[in-house]
Structures are given as C-alpha cells and as structure tokens.
Ligand binder design. Structure first.
Ligand code: PXL
Length: 276
C-alpha cells in the first residue's frame, strides 16, 4: 500500500484541505498520514470572524519522531500554509522525512480569481516559491501561477494557449518536472487543466464539461485526486484527467442544492467513483 503524508491546515467546518484530502486519498486506496499546521474554525472564504490556532510548533517534532521511527513516505503533499514560518518549517519537514524515492507534491494553495486569499500579505507568493522550488510536481491555478512567476494575471476570455504554456514553462525553468495548471477555460464549454511531464515532453489538455460556477475547496479535491493517482503510479496525464473528472462530478452533485451547500461540494456522495 502506498503512503502519502499531507501537510496543510484543518478547517473544522467548510470542506477543504485535510477534511477533503484524507477521505479522498483514503478512498483511492492510499494511506494518508496528516500533518496539521493550523486549526481554523472554518476556511477563510465567505466566513468572517473565524478562529485561528497555529499549531505548526509541532511540525519539526513530528518530523523528528517519524525519522526515529523509520516511517517512510511515498509522497509528501503540501497544501494551504498560513504564514512564512510554516512554509520554512514545511521545507525542513520535507528534508527530514523524504527518502530518495519520495515524490514532493506542492499545491501552492493561496489564491484564486486574481487575488490572494484573505490574510496573506503581498509578499506571500515569494515565500511560497521557496517551497515550490523543491517540488517534483506543482498544480497551481492560473492566479497562483502568475503570482509565483511574477506574470500578469489574465481572466477567462483574455488569455490564449500561448499564455497558459508560458506559465508551465516558468515552472519548468525552475527545474520542476511535472506541472499541472488548473482552472483553464477557453470559453468553448470545456473546463480543465494543462499538464506537462518533462520525461514525455508533451503539453496536454485534459478537460470536462464547464459547469460555469464557483465552489470553494474544489482545488483541494483536484490536488488530492491528482496526488493520489500519481502516488499509485499513474502518469501525469491520466492522473490529471482523473482529477478533472472527479472534481466536475462533485460540482455536478452539488449544483442542484447549492443554496444549502454554498461553502463546499458534496464530495462524499461521489467517493464511490474513486474506490473502483
Ligand atoms: O482551499 C484552500 C484553503 C485551505 N484552507 C483554508 C482556506 C483555503 C482557501 O480559502 O481558507 C483555511
């Protein structure tokens, strides 16, 4: 059985980060160890007055203990991190717990729709870049890619294929071998991602139907499936298609009930799609 350790926050309510990654990765038949960095009463999108408890003092003691126990990880998967110190400690955590074969999977979850998530200072992407640089795989959305690479953000309808390829190339120039840019739409009824694997040297779009709506936490669902599928040995193109298909299935499941479910998607009712 393959084993992933995921380093990100616990948002107690709201269905994102660890409360999504753990069930999704488990449903895929991959063991998922968790390393919580912050506990928040809710996620930060659409809620106000949430409580935040930084528990990242535990990070390095956990890494030391795991190292003493000889715990080996096929994949280290990072997601939302709340501040610069957490990023630095996550880099150290990875250095302390990885072995020669461990896949370093970084989802630089920090922004969407042209904007950083609430609470992040403008210089946060430059801090996240230090973690991105040690990744084998990155899966930013277009906003995150622009902020990390210092490129101009363009909305749907304003960009073309050349622009999205340039974003991929920016990460390749940093030495990252597998790059997936998420949330790509060209207004033709499809919604998906552009994937590139340096070993294969091919840019490939993987698409599903564009349901033309926004739900929070779908980025974490996407990256969890992508990470699980890569850890199971799928190539990046097949893993990206699985992530696109599952994310769209979760959105389709939620749309008819979106008034009651505005804060996240009903992924629970779709998990059976992953257990096949
Ligand atoms: O889905 C990314 C995410 C994770 N964790 C927290 C968040 C967000 C996005 O806003 O607020 C706490």
């Amino acid at each position: 059985m393959k084993r992933i350790a995921t380093i990100q926050d616990i948002s107690c309510f709201g269905k994102c980060s660890i409360t999504v990654s753990l069930p999704v990765i488990s449903a895929m038949g991959v063991e998922c160890a968790i390393v919580p960095t912050t506990v928040l009463s809710t996620h930060t999108a659409g809620f106000t007055g949430y409580t935040v408890c930084d528990i990242s003092d535990w990070l390095l003691p956990i890494a030391e203990h795991w190292r003493r126990e000889g715990i080996s990880l096929d994949t280290l998967y990072t997601g939302y991190l709340a501040n610069e110190t957490q990023i630095k400690d996550t880099v150290k955590f990875i250095e302390m717990t990885k072995n020669d074969d461990t896949l370093i999977f970084v989802d630089p979850a920090m922004a969407d729709n042209g904007k950083l998530y609430p609470g992040f200072p403008a210089e946060f992407p430059s801090k996240m870049l230090e973690l991105v640089k040690i990744a084998d795989v990155v899966c930013p959305n277009i906003t995150e890619a622009c902020l990390l690479l210092g490129k101009e953000f363009k909305n749907e309808g304003e960009y073309d294929e050349g622009y999205i390829k340039e974003l991929v190339d920016g990460f390749l120039a940093l030495g990252i071998k597998k790059v997936v840019i998420t949330g790509v739409k060209y207004g033709d009824g499809r919604h998906g991602a552009l994937a590139y694997d340096a070993e294969c040297g091919e840019y490939r779009y993987l698409y599903g139907n564009d349901l033309d709506c926004y739900f929070h936490g779908t980025g974490d669902i996407f990256s969890s499936v992508l990470c699980g599928a890569l850890t199971k040995g799928n190539d990046v193109y097949s893993a990206t298609q699985q992530a696109v298909d599952f994310t769209i299935a979760c959105i389709a499941q939620t749309l008819p009930d979106r008034e009651n479910h505005p804060y996240g998607v009903k992924f629970e009712e779709c998990l059976h799609l992953l257990t096949k």
